[in-house]
Write a protein that binds this ligand. Structure first.
Ligand code: C2E
Ligand code: CA
Ligand code: CA
Ligand code: CA
Length: 278
């Protein structure tokens, strides 16, 4: 038994060592990924529930690793946040999304709003609003067509100057959305304080919304709060017709999820768009 324990110890030790090395490797790989064209922006449509029309698209980052294949964002976004690369990644996504958006405009393709995720670190950087503004100008994108998705946990953290930066963006016309709404802790007071105009209900609330009466009441209440504050309410992770019907009855504005379309590369999005509007 003693030698067995020792083996176990060695096993764990080498395993831990291994995963640390793997992380380090992944980090250097990520540094290289931008220049190497391993990153790609996918887009997922958002549908206006009442009309069935396209409301917008969310940009979601994908990493095609040369050896590992597709690395999911749940693996590399936290890594990028830890190693201080996330601002560069988010800016790269914003630039790519704006570049494509202006190309779509020139081809008379109306994708509605374009939504980009912004991690917390961006808000610690000086002149955040200005860098967003200059990117929009560079690509000739109307600020009213851009939505920045900011996770609720960021808005609940007391980042110095964040409400001023957000205020500047709202004045420009940029839309501000609370991502993963309902997953942070309770205080709702920030909803009144911060200049946001959209909330995105986390998928966790949507999963059983058609069958679970508690979830239904909760989602209904959140939608009511959204209506009172005149925010657009977007439900994420809508997979079934039943969920959509329930959300519609509860007054939810926009649905995003596999029911309508999965996140897809740009060309697939354009094909989807032409099929949908044909
Ligand atoms: P999120 O912002 O909450 O994005 C929604 C996630 O749910 C996406 O996962 C999307 O593909 C997935 N999803 C959409 N509809 C459905 C559905 O009907 N069913 C299921 N099961 N899933 C659905 P994804 O693309 O893997 O991204 C995961 C997370 O990574 C995102 O969560 C976001 O927090 C982060 N992320 C992705 N791209 C970026 C980026 O460019 N910057 C930053 N900072 N974070 C990003
Ligand atoms: Ca999001
Ligand atoms: Ca989410
Ligand atoms: Ca998220």
């Amino acid at each position: 038994a003693k030698s067995n324990g020792l083996n176990m110890f060695r096993f764990f030790q080498s395993d831990m060592h291994h995963s640390k090395l793997q992380r380090l490797k992944l980090e250097t790989d990520l540094q290289r990924a931008i220049g190497n064209q391993e990153l790609e922006v996918y887009f997922q449509p958002q549908i206006h529930i009442e009309s069935g029309h396209l409301y917008g698209v969310e940009a979601l980052l994908r990493w095609h690793h040369p050896n590992l294949g597709m690395v999911p964002p749940s693996k590399f976004i936290p890594l990028a946040e830890e190693c201080g690369m996330i601002c560069r990644l988010d800016l790269w996504v914003l630039e790519s999304a704006c570049r494509m958006y202006s190309k779509w405009q020139s081809q008379h393709i109306d994708m509605g709003k374009i939504s980009v995720n912004m991690s917390a670190a961006n808000f610690y950087s000086f002149k955040f609003a200005e860098s967003i503004e200059s990117t929009l100008k560079k690509f000739g994108v109307n600020p009213k067509m851009l939505t920045l998705e900011i996770t609720e946990s960021v808005l609940l953290t007391d980042i110095p100057g964040i409400s001023q930066e957000l205020g500047k963006l709202r004045e420009l016309g940029v839309n501000l959305s609370v991502d993963d709404f309902g997953t942070g802790y309770s205080s709702l007071s920030y909803l009144k304080k911060l200049p946001i105009n959209e909330i995105k209900l986390d998928k966790n609330f949507i999963n059983d919304v058609d069958s679970n009466s508690e979830d239904q009441a909760l989602v209904g209440s959140i939608i009511n709060i959204g209506q009172i504050l005149k925010h657009t309410v977007v439900a994420e992770g809508v997979e079934t017709k039943e969920q959509l019907q329930t959300l519609k009855a509860l007054g939810c504005n926009v649905a995003q999820g596999y029911l309508h379309a999965r996140p897809m590369p740009e060309q697939a999005l354009i094909d989807w768009y032409h099929q949908d509007t044909a």
